[in-house]
Design a protein around this ligand. Structure first.
Ligand code: FES
Length: 79
């Protein structure tokens, strides 16, 4: 079972395994997510799920209960 992970705004879709770390999935698609602590505390790696929920990519993995996951890279609110 694979999950299609779509990264916005670049609109890059990467096939991922359930439980794979999001940073690894992003890297495979050549999508750059900035990181800092890699421990879930600095929020440098923060991205948003489709419903706007912010998550820290460094401590997040591909969930089992979905076929498709949309990840919004942090975007400039002024833009
Ligand atoms: S890199 Fe610091 S919270 Fe993810």
């Amino acid at each position: 079972m694979t999950v299609k992970v779509k990264f916005l705004p670049d609109n890059v879709t990467v096939e991922a395994e359930i439980g794979e770390p999001l940073l690894v999935v992003a890297e495979r698609g050549n999508v750059f997510i900035p990181t800092g602590c890699l421990m879930g505390s600095c929020h440098a790696c923060e991205v948003e799920l489709e419903d706007g929920t912010p998550i820290c990519a460094c401590i997040s993995a591909v969930p089992a209960n979905t076929k498709e996951l949309t990840i919004n890279l942090y975007s400039d609110p002024v833009w």
